[in-house]
Design a protein around this ligand. Structure first.
Ligand SMILES: Nc1nc2c(ncn2[C@@H]2O[C@H](COP(=O)(O)OP(=O)(O)OP(=O)(O)O)[C@@H](O)[C@H]2O)c(=O)[nH]1
Ligand SMILES: [Mg+2]
Length: 192
């Protein structure tokens, strides 16, 4: 068979089987990061189902939880990480989270911040973005922020950072549907 015919045959074969988007064939990976005590684990538990595994990160005593979720018909592996203040690690927890972010190649990194102290937390958002990670922002504890009279313009924040932003009060199960929709939408856009 000459080269031309062989190529033609291959093309026809390819055409009869439309390529599937790569992300449908594997789990999409969502990693939750943020400083300690901002509500990462509460969000993790609300997003994932019952099958959660907790294990020490290899070679360390730091625990990392992994669970599964289905958002918009797509399967996700969701990873809850130990709190970190900076991408430049000082503690073992921070070192684990940094290594995990670099090794796991997440499709989405959800930076969870405390709405009450948001200005102290945004430098980490910028570090994550500078590291080239696919970051979206969950501004959690909106209930407490409201109580102390703080209002946050989430749209303006989203515009300024150039990333999707959602407000939540995870402990009260508020804003979770919108947060999950935001993840699914972000992943759809990135893969398209
Ligand atoms: N009022 C209020 N409390 C919240 C909210 N989200 C989480 N909490 C509470 O904040 C505390 C910390 O939540 P966690 O989910 O354990 O925080 P974390 O980010 O996983 O903390 P580390 O694992 O230590 O990094 C818990 O007592 C939660 O119940 C919220 O939206 N509003
Ligand atoms: Mg936690």
């Amino acid at each position: 068979m000459d080269k031309q015919t062989e190529d033609d045959r291959r093309n026809t074969a390819n055409k009869s089987k439309p390529p599937q988007p790569a992300f449908r064939n594997r789990k999409t990976k969502l990693v939750l990061v943020g400083t300690p005590n901002v509500g990462k684990s509460v969000i993790f538990n609300l997003i994932t189902g019952t099958y959660v595994t907790v294990s020490n990160y290899p070679g360390t005593t730091v625990e990392v939880s992994r669970g599964a979720a289905k958002l918009d018909r797509q399967m996700y592996e969701v990873i809850d990480t130990p709190g970190m203040y900076s991408l430049f690690p000082i503690t073992e927890e921070e070192r684990v989270t940094r290594t995990l972010l670099l090794q796991e190649k997440p499709d989405v990194v959800m930076h969870v911040v405390d709405a009450k102290n948001i200005e102290r937390m945004l430098p980490l958002t910028l570090q994550l973005l500078e590291a080239g990670l696919p970051v979206i922002l969950a501004v959690n504890m909106m209930d407490e922020a409201k109580k102390i009279g703080r209002s946050i313009d989430l749209d303006a924040l989203s515009q300024a950072l150039g990333i999707p932003v959602a407000g939540t009060a995870a402990a009260l199960n508020r804003g979770m549907e919108q947060l999950k929709r935001m993840v699914a939408q972000y992943v759809r856009k990135r893969v398209a």
